[in-house]
Design a protein around this ligand. Structure first.
Ligand code: HSE
Length: 450
């Protein structure tokens, strides 16, 4: 049986002898398990899948129960042996984390192996080192699963949309925070209560920091920005603000004003200076008619805008074993097709698969952002307070779109202001002056408006 299987891998197809492509998979968690399951069940899928051999699977805990069956000898705890094994053609890194993932990817590249990875954190931090090494070694590093889970967005940006001049990428790229915000909106609940329930139900990690503080979305928008704008991104230039400070009060005010609140990851050409980008993650008031406003629950969506295409939106499951396996395996298939068609004498890097840029994009600091703001003030209930707010804003060129006073919190009046477009630095200077007004108790919320 085993021999038969090996023979099948030396397939004769279309009159051409094709050697089975050997995978070394690093990690057998949710993504690794989903990928193995997909590769083992090829009926009704692309015939090239039959030419792939799961040659080695590296795990850190061999005794952990997993939902896959693999032949004896395939599973190993020696991950380094996999990336150094001359038999392995493609290394599939689905273990996550920074180290040893980074070192194993670099070692695989050094050994002339193509790499498929789902590791947004490693790519966002070490992309420069990884892609420089890959270009030098003449191998590809593909990462469809790193952003948007099962949603095809990396390959479309690299290939189908690459003839466009992209000016904006706006994404809901973190399922956990979208789930929390959706439930806060639908149930009128507090952030802490929904987070605790999401943790109980497995939608949020025990340590939710990377998701709720916007860091996971920051990694993802750095990757999308790099592809859309053709330059590398210093992750530390990406402004990240999470959703901990979003309150049910603000969600209710937003609703009344015609908005929903979403954690958006945005990469955009700078309004005043198109040699710079604005790359940022923050909770945002989004008009209810915006295409991203109806993306709810754990779903992800990415809206790409450019010329001449106009708007294109990608929507789907941003996480989960099957969805992510679909993305990982599409990369594997792309590499198998490349290995099948390339011969040693014709092998040249395919510019649609390789990383095509070396330079870094210039990112504008957040103070230079031009946007609208939503701000909620708690003030003493005195005459002239709204006038004083207006004067302070006017001193810094901040023009107001709406001012609403509907509620009280105890003795304090609640005033909600939405501005017209303003430079963030000017807006913050106005707020500093406002904070010093005797009538102002506090400024509980400050959110950007799309
Ligand atoms: N923690 C991520 C999310 C998982 O919530 O979207 C997928 O990267």
């Amino acid at each position: 049986m085993g021999e038969q299987l090996t023979l099948q891998l030396l397939v004769v197809k279309f009159g051409k002898k094709v050697v089975g492509v050997k995978l070394g998979i690093l990690g057998l968690g949710t993504v690794g398990t989903g990928t193995v399951q997909l590769l083992q069940d090829t009926t009704g899928r692309h015939p090239l899948l039959q030419e792939i051999e799961i040659y080695r699977v590296g795990v850190r805990s061999p005794d952990k129960l997993r939902n896959v069956e693999l032949p004896a000898g395939v599973v190993t705890t020696d991950l380094e042996a996999i990336v150094n094994d001359p038999q392995v053609d493609i290394v599939v890194e689905v273990m996550g984390g920074l180290e040893p993932a980074r070192s194993l990817i670099l070692q695989a590249i050094k050994n002339g192996k193509h790499v498929v990875t789902a590791n947004k954190a490693a790519i966002a931090r070490f992309g420069n080192e990884i892609f420089t090494s890959a270009n030098q070694a003449g191998v590809y590093v593909l990462l469809e699963a790193a952003v948007g889970g099962g949603i095809p967005v990396i390959q479309p940006l690299k290939q189908s949309l690459s003839v466009n001049r992209i000016h904006t990428v706006t994404g809901i790229v973190n399922g956990t925070t979208n789930y929390i915000l959706t439930r806060m909106q639908q149930e009128g609940s507090n952030f802490e209560d929904v987070l605790a329930d999401a943790q109980r139900l497995g939608y949020a990690e025990a340590d939710p920091t990377a998701d709720v503080d916007g860091l996971d979305a920051g990694d993802k928008i750095a990757i999308l920005a790099s592809l859309a704008f053709g330059g590398r991104i210093h992750l530390e230039d990406v402004y990240c603000e999470g959703i901990r400070q979003v309150s049910k009060t603000d969600i209710a005010y937003a609703e009344k004003l015609g908005f929903v609140i979403k954690l958006l990851a945005i990469a955009k050409l700078h309004a005043q200076d198109t040699s710079k980008l604005s790359v940022r993650v923050h909770p945002t008031l989004l008009p209810k008619a915006h295409p991203l406003a109806s993306i709810n629950g754990v779903y992800n969506a990415i809206l790409v805008e450019g010329e001449p295409i106009g708007q294109v939106m990608f929507f789907g499951p941003g996480a989960g074993a099957g969805a992510t396996a679909s993305a990982v395996t599409s990369d594997i298939l792309n590499l198998v097709a490349t290995l099948k068609t390339e011969t040693a004498s014709t092998a040249k890097p395919n510019p649609l698969l390789a990383c095509r840029h070396q330079d870094y994009c210039q990112i504008a600091p957040i103070a230079e952002l031009v946007t609208r703001f939503y701000t909620r003030f708690l003030t003493k209930d005195q005459s002239g307070v709204i006038g004083k707010l207006g004067t302070c804003f006017g001193n810094y060129g901040v023009s107001l779109e709406s001012v609403v006073q509907t509620g009280f919190q105890g003795e304090l009046a609640e005033i909600v202001v939405v501005t017209h477009d303003v430079k963030e630095g000017d807006f913050r200077q106005a707020l500093t002056e406002i904070r010093n007004l005797e009538a102002i108790d506090s400024i509980p919320s400050l959110l950007r408006v799309l």
